[in-house]
Design a binder for this molecule. Structure first.
Ligand code: SF4
Ligand code: SF4
Length: 293
């Protein structure tokens, strides 16, 4: 089984639109949205949710007001200032600030603080017109996205094995943080989508360093290359120096927006224009790199 991860050094490079087009072109795959902090692959693929599960991670302190004697011990102890204690009134813990360290739970003289698991979001197994999709939604302000990414990848692998599918096609998180590191672990190939801007080149350098560190082969696609052709040349030179394959350039094309307005992905748009043909060629190159043919 092969895993293709589409990532970018930052948001807004067109990574998800390109992933969605590849989802149309690739066969026998499980789709996976690992951009758990800002998932939007589902907006393009319109999944029908078949199964939904809570994502639980860590714990949260919760005061039982009727058992609290308002002694103030917990608010004095909490290093994160998560507890509000007004005189004569039961303590109140702000769940968005509580780090779940359990100190107040252990030291409350009345044993008045519960410590339930923290519901951080939900994850889903869905059907789409391009095949099954594993995806998730974190609740606002919740973290642990690296752990959620690892869990989603395991779910996608289990599903691919159970259904005999050869490929997992994943939309990764932008940037180089913890979720990207979790995404890269075990990937067969990373497609890094970049654009020819100074920050694009800088972000590309950092993402390629990360791929090299985790020994994940990387390829590069320059999107909106006509924004700055000279810088696009520089990016290609940079890739050549590193021995990284640059799979080509896409140009600014309103078809991306037109497809979204029509509720489609780019490769579904008729008549097929230059961008659609280039994405089809991109997929053939990626399939070769992944030895899928
Ligand atoms: S330590 Fe316990 S009893 Fe005291 S204020 Fe906090 S929750 Fe209430
Ligand atoms: S669990 Fe830790 S962080 Fe949360 S309220 Fe208690 S002392 Fe503060």
């Amino acid at each position: 089984m092969k895993e293709l991860l589409v990532i970018s050094g930052k948001g807004g490079t067109g990574k998800t639109s390109i992933t969605a087009a590849l989802a149309d072109l690739a066969e026998d795959k499980v789709l996976l949205d690992l951009d758990v902090d800002a998932p939007d692959l589902h907006l393009l693929l319109k999944p029908e949710i078949k199964r939904s599960q809570p994502f639980v991670s860590g714990h949260l302190a919760v005061v039982r007001p009727y058992d609290c004697t308002a002694c103030g011990t917990c608010s004095e102890l909490c290093a994160f200032d998560a507890i509000e204690q007004l005189e004569g009134v039961p303590a109140v813990i702000d769940p968005s600030v509580c780090e779940g360290c359990k100190l107040c739970v252990e030291l409350c003289p009345e044993g008045a603080i519960d410590f339930p698991s923290r519901h951080c979001g939900d994850w889903y197994l869905s059907d789409t017109r391009f095949g099954p999709l594993v995806h998730a939604q974190l609740l606002p302000g919740q973290e642990n996205s690296g752990r959620l990414v690892s869990m989603l990848r395991e779910q996608a692998r289990d599903l691919a094995r159970a259904q005999g599918r050869d490929l997992i096609l994943a939309d990764g998180t932008p940037g180089i943080g913890c979720p990207v590191i979790s995404s890269l672990s075990g990937a067969s190939l990373a497609l890094v989508v970049t654009e020819p801007t100074p920050s694009g080149l800088h972000d590309l350098e950092r993402v390629l360093q990360l791929c090299r560190h985790f020994k994940v082969p990387a390829t590069v696609l320059i999107n909106r290359a006509d924004l700055n052709p000279a810088l696009a040349d520089e990016i290609e030179d940079f890739c050549r120096q590193l021995g990284v394959t640059c799979l080509g350039r896409l140009f600014f094309d309103p078809v991306f927006v037109e497809a979204v307005v029509a509720g489609k992905v780019v490769s579904e748009q008729e008549p097929r224009g230059e961008t659609t043909l280039q994405i089809a060629a991109l997929w053939r190159r990626l399939a070769e790199e992944l030895c899928l043919n």
